[in-house]
Design a protein around this ligand. Structure first.
Ligand code: ADP
Ligand code: MG
Length: 405
C-alpha cells in the first residue's frame, strides 16, 4: 500500500479525505483533536509543493427528509466553522473555503488553488450521492485532483463516494492513491490486534458502552483472536439477562439474547461477565444508589456501573496481559457516581507491564482522558466503529482496501 511518502506531489492537486467530523456545541468546536491530528499529512503535502484540497463529512444530513429539514441540517453542519479553525492552525492566508461541495463554484475554487495552499470543500454530506457512492459525484470529485490521499480512518469502514468512489475512479485513470500519516498509524496499531502474534498473548479484549447492537457482532470475531473478553457497560445486561439473571430496567437488547447466550456458551469460560453492579432508581438525579450482592439487579432498578467485586475480578483477569483492546466504558462514567468501574479498568490497563494497549471508541477515549490515562495507552484510535469493523472483517475496510494495489 502506498503512503504519501511514495507520492511525487510537487505542483499537483492532491485531494485528501480527512475526518473533520468534530464534536460541537452550536457553532463552537468542543474538541479539535481530529483537525489537529490531520495536520501532519496536510503540512507534509504543503511542504512538498502540493495544492491541497480537503473534504470531510460533518454530522448527519438525511436527504430523505423534506427540503426544509434538509436545509436545517445543512445549516447546522456547515463546514465554515471548521475552515475557520483550520485557518487558525495553518495560517488564515493559506486556507480557503468552498461553500459548495461540488459544481461550478467549487470547481472555480479548485482552479484558483495554488501550490502551498489549502482548500476545504463544503461538507461531503451536502451531496445526496455521497452515502450512495454515486458514480457521477465520484467522477466530479476525482476530476479535481491528480492524486488522492485517505486520511480519515474513522470513515474507512464506509464505502461512500468520498472514501471509496473517488479513489476507485482515480485508480482506474492510473493516478496515485495513498494513505496519509494518520491512517498509516492506525493500520499499524490495529493490525496487531487483528494478526495476533505469540508475544501479544495473553490478549484481552474489554467491551462495554451503550451501542450494543453495533458491537455485539464483533464478539464472534474477537473470540477467534483473544484469549479473554471482559464485558461491562450496558452490553453486559444483555448477557446477564440471557443467562437468566434479573436485570431490572437496565438496557437490554432483546433481539440479541439468543446470540449472547450462544457466544457465552461457545466461549467456554473466555467471556467474563460482571458479578455485581452499581444500580440506581434514576438515570439522572438518583435517590437510591446501591451495590448488588451478585449479578442480579432488583426489579425496577437500573444498572449503571460494574460493582467493586467486578472491578477486582476484571483487574485480576487483566493481570499478565500483553495486549489489550478496549472499546466502551464500564458504566455511565460521565456521572462521577458511576465512573469507578471505567476508571479502575483504564488504570489497570495502563499499569500492565510491557502491554500493547489500544482504545477503539470515542467515549472510551474521552473517559481515559478524563481520568488522566489517555497518554499512557499505546494507541488511541480516532475511529470507534472503524476499529471494531477492522477486527470484525479480519483487517479489511473498504476505504483502506481500495488504496491497496
Ligand atoms: P465508545 O464511544 O467508546 O465506542 P459507546 O458509544 O458504545 O462507547 O458507549 C458510551 C456510552 O455508554 C457512555 O455515554 C456511557 O454513559 C454509556 N454507558 C456505559 N454503561 C452504561 C450503562 N450501564 N447504562 C447506560 N449507559 C451506559
Ligand atoms: Mg460513542
Amino acid at each position: 500500500m502506498k503512503t504519501i511518502k511514495d507520492l511525487d506531489v510537487k505542483g499537483k492537486r492532491v485531494l485528501v479525505r480527512v475526518d473533520f467530523n468534530v464534536p460541537r456545541k452550536g457553532e463552537t468546536i468542543t474538541d479539535d483533536n481530529r483537525i489537529v491530528s490531520a495536520l501532519p499529512t496536510i503540512k507534509y503535502l504543503l511542504e512538498k509543493g502540493a495544492a491541497v484540497i480537503l473534504f470531510s463529512h460533518l454530522g448527519k444530513i438525511k436527504h430523505k427528509l423534506s427540503a426544509e429539514e434538509v436545509d436545517v441540517a445543512k445549516k447546522k453542519n456547515n463546514m465554515v466553522s471548521i475552515a475557520k479553525r483550520l485557518g487558525e492552525l495553518l495560517g488564515a492566508d493559506k486556507v480557503s473555503f468552498s461553500p459548495d461541495s461540488s459544481g461550478p463554484s467549487a470547481q472555480k475554487f479548485v482552479q484558483m488553488l495554488q501550490p502551498g495552499e489549502v482548500l476545504l470543500l463544503q461538507n461531503t454530506r451536502y451531496e445526496k450521492g455521497e452515502e450512495k457512492n454515486d458514480e457521477a459525484l465520484s467522477k466530479e470529485w476525482a476530476s479535481y485532483a491528480d492524486a488522492y490521499v485517505m486520511d480519515a480512518f474513522g470513515s474507512a469502514h464506509r464505502a461512500h463516494a468520498s472514501t471509496y468512489g473517488v479513489p476507485a475512479v482515480l485508480k482506474a485513470e492510473g493516478k496515485d492513491v495513498a494513505v496519509g500519516f494518520l491512517v498509516e498509524k492506525e493500520i499499524e496499531a490495529l493490525s496487531r490486534c487483528v494478526d495476533v502474534t505469540a508475544e501479544n498473548r495473553p490478549y484481552v479484549a474489554i467491551l462495554g458502552g451503550f451501542k450494543v447492537s453495533d458491537k455485539i457482532k464483533v464478539i464472534d470475531a474477537l473470540l477467534k483472536k483473544c484469549d479473554k473478553i471482559l464485558i461491562g457497560g450496558a452490553m453486559a445486561y444483555t448477557f446477564q439477562k440471557a443467562l437468566g439473571y434479573e436485570v431490572g430496567v437496565s438496557p437490554v437488547e432483546v433481539d440479541q439474547l439468543d446470540y449472547a447466550k450462544r457466544c457465552f456458551t461457545e466461549a467456554n469460560g473466555r467471556i467474563v461477565l460482571p458479578i455485581d453492579s452499581v444500580y440506581t432508581d434514576k438515570f439522572e438525579g438518583w435517590t437510591i444508589k446501591e451495590v448488588s450482592p451478585d449479578a442480579n439487579i432488583p426489579v425496577g432498578f437500573e444498572g449503571m456501573d460494574i460493582g467493586p467485586k467486578t472491578r477486582q475480578l476484571f483487574v485480576k483477569e487483566l493481570a499478565g496481559a500483553k495486549m489489550v483492546f478496549w472499546n466502551g466504558p464500564m458504566g455511565v462514567f460521565e456521572q462521577a457516581d458511576f465512573a469507578e468501574g471505567t476508571k479502575a479498568v483504564a488504570q489497570a490497563i495502563v499499569e500492565l507491564p510491557g502491554v500493547f494497549s489500544v482504545i477503539g471508541g470515542g467515549d472510551s477515549a474521552a473517559a481515559a482522558a478524563q481520568f488522566g490515562f489517555k497518554d499512557q495507552f499505546s494507541h488511541v484510535s480516532t475511529g470507534g466503529g472503524a476499529s471494531l469493523e477492522m477486527i470484525e472483517n479480519d483487517g479489511h475496510l473498504p476505504g483502506i482496501d481500495i488504496i491497496k494495489e
